[in-house]
Design a protein around this ligand. Structure first.
Ligand code: SF4
Length: 224
């Protein structure tokens, strides 16, 4: 069975997107070759983008932990989780009736049949066509007043017709020009665009709940 390099895993709730508020078991995998400058999970980066020499955890053990948590959904994130073979992990979740969601930049083929795909495109590694048509929702990170326009030139979100969330990049979440650009875009364009936010950060959901702390010695840094 394909063991996976796990950076951290914890029980919390989904703070973004269409499944906002659901009890969720997060599995954050090591490794990302993309290296966005504002990444809030840079602790997962590794000199080798698919690290071979960190401890690995079996899909069965991960699924047992998720099942024991009582979560409604499992969210596989990273890093960039699609660089890993996730077939065994998805299988183990599925036989426990746990819906599996993935959060990916979309630049790599997704290895495993997901119940929900959140595609958050990144300029440094653009999504491949097959992932654009598989996405159940898009999440655009709005870094400045021109971000939305730039993304709309690169991807025809209207064609895909799935919810397209416009999230202020967290360090800009009080920035008037960023927030106004989201409001104006949604008022002018309407569907499929929606205003988004990382609500779990407002609640400090992970910091305040002991069950959200990383559960292994592997997990040396908290979720940011
Ligand atoms: S793709 Fe995601 S995990 Fe990788 S650097 Fe960018 S924001 Fe961070």
């Amino acid at each position: 069975m394909n063991e996976l390099p796990v950076y951290e895993r914890f029980h919390s709730w989904q703070g973004e997107g269409l499944h906002l508020g659901k009890s969720a078991f997060f599995i954050r995998l090591h490794g990302c070759p993309v290296h966005c400058p504002w990444c809030d999970s840079a602790g997962t980066w590794h000199p080798e983008h698919k690290p071979e020499y960190v401890d690995r955890i079996s899909p069965t053990d991960l699924a047992e932990e998720a099942f024991s948590s009582g979560c409604e959904i499992v969210v596989i994130t990273g890093g960039e989780p699609a660089i890993h073979n996730l077939h065994d992990l998805v299988h183990e979740m599925r036989i426990r009736n746990l819906p599996v969601h993935i959060e990916t930049c979309g630049a790599y083929p997704i290895q495993g049949e997901m119940d929900w795909i959140t595609l958050s495109p990144k300029n440094l590694a653009l999504p491949i066509a097959e992932n654009l048509s598989l996405a159940d929702e898009f999440k655009i990170i709005v870094e400045d007043a021109t971000s939305i326009q730039n993304w709309a030139k690169q991807i025809d979100f209207v064609q895909f017709g799935v919810p397209t969330w416009l999230h202020p990049e967290w360090s800009c979440s009080q920035d008037e020009s960023v927030l106004s650009s989201i409001t104006t875009w949604i008022k002018e364009q309407g569907s499929p665009f929606r205003a988004g936010f990382q609500i779990h950060k407002l609640y400090q959901a992970d910091e305040k709940d002991n069950r959200s702390k990383p559960v292994a010695a592997l997990c040396s840094e908290p979720r940011k």
